[in-house]
Ligand binder design. Sequence first.
Ligand code: ADP
Ligand code: MG
Length: 566
Amino acid sequence: MDTDSAPTGELSPAPARPDSAATPGVLSAAPGGPHGDSLFEQLLDAAPDATVGVDQAGSIVFVNAQALRLFGYRREELLGEPIEILVPDDMTRAHRDLRKKYAAAATHRAMGSGNPLHARRKDGSVFPAEISLSGLQAGTGLIVSAAVRDISDRLHAEAERARLREEAERAKLQNQLQHTQRIESLGQLAGGIAHDFNNLLAVIINYAEFVTDTTAGHLPAGGDAEPWIADVNRDGQQILRAARRGADLTRQLLAFARQDVTRPEILVVADAVHQIEDMLRRVLGEHILLVTRLPGGCGPVLLDPGQFEQVLVNLAVNARDAMPDGGTLTIDTASVLADADYVSQCPQIRPGEYTRLRVSDTGTGMPREVIDRVFEPFFTTKAPGQGTGLGLAMVYGIVTAAGGTVGIYSERGLGTTISIMLPVTDRRPAPRTEADVAEPDMQGHGETVLLVEDEPALRQVCRRLLVAAGYRVLTADDSTAALDLARRQPDGGIDLLLTDVIMPHLLGTTLAEQVTALHPGIRVLFMSGYATPVLAARGTLDPAVRLLEKPFTRDQLRSAVHRALR
Ligand code: ADP
Ligand code: MG
């Protein structure tokens, strides 16, 4: 490399201003001797980048040590050669054109910062390069100095960074999906338990009512009854109270599992919030300020009003618990259009128009580990007896069943915002059904009820209640027995089929079809605590289906039967 044979002494890169060319000899690129150690060369070799000088004809006139290393040539192999020797074959023509244009208006300029340029080594290998050009006025004319940087590593690192970013993004989506799936399977589990539990509660509630009713009948106003009767009555009341609390819990579980029976209505969220504002204030207490921002113009949504109230009350209770020393709870609504951009960030949301309901508090906030688990049923950070861990699980179930999503933003020490997106409906309000109208407790007049229930204790309770209410009752413990019974009855011999929905062998719905075929005039009343998937298309109950929700009380059973027969 030190065998230097720079062709001419005219190669000194004379500065553009002739008056500063006071030290031409020093700057001469011409080799001072066989070792080529002129100051110019030393400077060139000290430069961080590979540098190549090209004259107007396109010939290489100087080259530094870095360039020799980068391109794999010896100096004498490059000097005097056309610069295109360093350019990939497919680009030589374009390069030549560019070079001529540049010579016409030489300025300092960076090339290759947009699309990377490419350069070719002696061994033919090509690498991406960033090239910056400067024009030097030499005695013989313009010389272009090109500083060449191999940017393979940088491009590689950038690609790697992009890959990692993409991977992280994918992992995040995967994580979200797994989280949703875990909550779904918890929902199924919870729903199954709640279903069985509801049957037990129905039995407990009704037997406890037998006890309280019977004993109440022996508690004359005069008070001369035996004391144990009053004791038994009180005990019965306690059992009733506890069982009803249990029924509340199973209702929350079923809401989470999206298996409770809902009666969605067209709901204007702002109006619905407005209606329960006073109640929320009472829930929150005086130390918490409730602020509502409910602008008009948000589209109506399809939601069970009772469930909407449960959602807001649960969120308000959580906020209250997070602000023991007081604070502010803000409820606001807004119209949000989920477009392609929005959906790409929230894959669980479908494109369309939404009404967003936000509930924000200025409370304690929660750490990441808590945020990740809040929707799980029974997850609570509260002391035993103070939290059931069902609040947000229920909110989640209700909102997702309505086609919406729930998001949480929480900052420790600053507060929490729950953001609920509910899809705007284009449905119009439906007329109220007779089922919404309260019915007094009515007696039967010997009508025949075919009662089908596979849970023996519940079957007995229902039978007893119906007989006491004046009905003739035929019982069957499954669909097969029910069909047998129905076949043996004369035409018009059964007035009402009262059947469980989920039974072994045959679903109540199918049984109803077959019994109706045998007795065309028969009425049907379903009972279930777990009916939505079977009875309801997309979570909404057909108004024609009569359903008695378990667990039910005596009065509810009697009035449902009475209405079904009317
Ligand atoms: P519970 O209120 O019975 O504990 P939830 O499902 O309503 O059950 O809430 C679960 C947990 O989430 C709470 O125990 C609490 O740790 C946390 N949490 C919920 N809402 C808030 C809130 N607004 N601020 C702080 N923490 C909250
Ligand atoms: Mg709660």
